[in-house]
Design a protein around this ligand. Structure first.
Ligand code: PXL
Length: 279
């Protein structure tokens, strides 16, 4: 059985970060170790939240895993709350480095043209450096703009703009850049990606869903990681992750009493498993 590590916070209620990564990647038949970086009552989209920092646990937990001689087929990261945590993630990459170990970084710093609470351009710059050490990164358009120290342009962009941003992000050292939340055509929404080793640009689009939903970036990232660890190509894994995210939103919208702060990804797990060829 493949074993991976997911490093990000636990928002105890709120359907994001580890409460998404753990069930999604585990359901794909991959053993999923977790390294919680902080415990929040809810994610920072809510007006108030508690925050208990777990930075000091990261190195001792990793050292203990080393004593037990655990290794990982991949490490993925999401929301990281401080500069120190980014540095510790880099050390963790080094500690568990081995041939073929996949490093996926989701540079969670903002959305809809705004930084999440607590982040600023300095943090974006540091996150960009971490991205340079990953094999795959999955920024949205806001994170792309902020890491490139540019203005967020909303929907005012074309394919040339995206291609240029993909290449500029990969210039920092990451061979596979996937920009999420891209749309070139009304009614179609998806991802655009660049593989620097093959100089290959690809896109994958699905039906655009109405509304905006919190946590969908985490769902996409977890499914992409599950696809890649399961042996799918970048393009196949992107299709898996887009279709799983869209199905999660579609099923959520079908429920008239759906929650406002996340999506019902649990109900889309059968589709994920079909996409991965596991059922
Ligand atoms: O979904 C990304 C995310 C993860 N974790 C925390 C967050 C957010 C986005 O707001 O606040 C704590």
């Amino acid at each position: 059985m493949k074993r991976v590590l997911s490093i990000q916070d636990i928002s105890c209620l709120g359907k994001c970060s580890l409460t998404v990564a753990l069930p999604v990647i585990s359901a794909a038949g991959i053993e999923t170790a977790i390294l919680p970086t902080a415990v929040l009552s809810v994610h920072t989209w809510f007006k108030s939240f508690t925050f208990h920092d777990l930075t000091d646990e990261i190195a001792p937990v990793c050292r203990n895993w080393q004593e037990h001689q655990f290794d990982f087929d991949g490490i993925s990261t999401g929301y990281l709350g401080s500069f120190r945590q980014i540095e510790l993630v880099e050390q963790t990459f080094e500690m568990f480095k081995r041939d073929g170990m996949l490093k996926l970084v989701d540079p969670v710093i903002g959305d809809h043209g705004k930084f999440y609470v607590g982040f600023d351009p300095k943090f974006a710059k540091r996150m960009k450096k971490l991205c340079g050490k990953a094999d795959v990164i999955v920024p949205n358009l806001t994170e792309t703009a902020f890491m490139l120290d540019e203005e967020y342009r909303g929907s005012d962009y074309d394919e040339t703009y995206i291609l240029e941003r993909l290449k500029r992000l990969s210039d920092f050292g990451c061979p596979n850049v996937v920009i999420t939340g891209v749309s070139y055509e009304k009614g179609k929404h998806g991802v655009a990606s660049w593989n620097a080793e093959k100089s290959e640009y690809t896109t994958y689009f699905a039906e655009e869903m109405p509304g905006t939903f919190h946590g969908t970036g985490d769902i996409f990232s977890a499914a992409l990681f599950a696809g890649l660890i399961s042996g799918q190509s970048m393009l196949q894994a992107q299709e898996t992750a887009v279709d799983f995210t869209v199905e999660s939103i579609r099923l959520t919208l079908q429920n008239p009493d759906h929650i406002p702060y996340g999506v019902e990804f649990e109900r889309a797990i059968p589709l994920l498993l079909r996409k991965l060829g596991k059922i």
